[in-house]
Ligand binder design. Structure first.
Ligand SMILES: [Zn+2]
Length: 177
């Protein structure tokens, strides 16, 4: 496992001119918006960013993220591990006007100044890639649900039957109604 932390910011213009690759790890608890979608701090995230310039002199960032995280199963509400794997190429722009002139196949990465926040970039990629609802395999889920309710539906059905002792009670001599 790669353990060196991903730098939080990078001068993308310089890095793209040099064709730099930046790789590093982030913890789920470091990404607050993303962490809110998870059930625990377990797991890890590794990001790989390749910076380059295209023929139009645009700064490109190819970003790949691999994440092992834990979310809530929407069927049994227990934690379940999820692996995310993203691969996307963004063009760095500094104004909305630059963004509007990008070709359709390039998504804009709006940089506020020279230093681009890499953690936010990774966080956005992860939030986009995270499925809105996650479920265990049906069998795994059933086992968890059974563990939570050891006496399933059968007992409920029995309670609905008339209790034979109530009838005996009514037949007892001396009992008036
Ligand atoms: Zn489940």
């Amino acid at each position: 496992m790669f353990t060196e932390p991903l730098p939080s910011t990078l001068d993308v213009r310089k890095a793209a001119a040099r064709g730099v690759t930046v790789t590093g790890a982030i913890k789920p608890c470091d990404l607050h918006r993303f962490r809110e979608l998870l059930v625990s701090d377990k797991g890890g995230i590794v990001a790989d960013l390749l910076l380059s310039k295209d023929e139009e002199n645009r700064c490109l960032v190819q970003i790949k993220v691999e994440a092992d995280i834990e979310v809530c199963c929407q069927r049994c509400l227990s934690p379940m591990p999820v692996h995310l794997s993203t691969d996307n190429t963004l063009a760095v722009v500094w104004t909305d006007e630059q963004a509007s002139h990008l070709p359709r196949h390039l998504d804009a990465l709006l940089a506020e100044d020279e230093a681009c926040n890499l953690w936010e970039l990774v966080e956005d990629e992860l939030i986009l890639d995270l499925p809105p609802y996650s479920y265990h395999d049906t069998d795994a889920c059933k086992k968890i649900l059974e563990a939570f309710s050891p006496q399933p539906a059968v007992e409920v059905a029995e309670e609905e039957k008339p209790n034979p002792f109530n009838v005996l009670e009514q037949l007892k001599p001396g009992k008036k109604h």
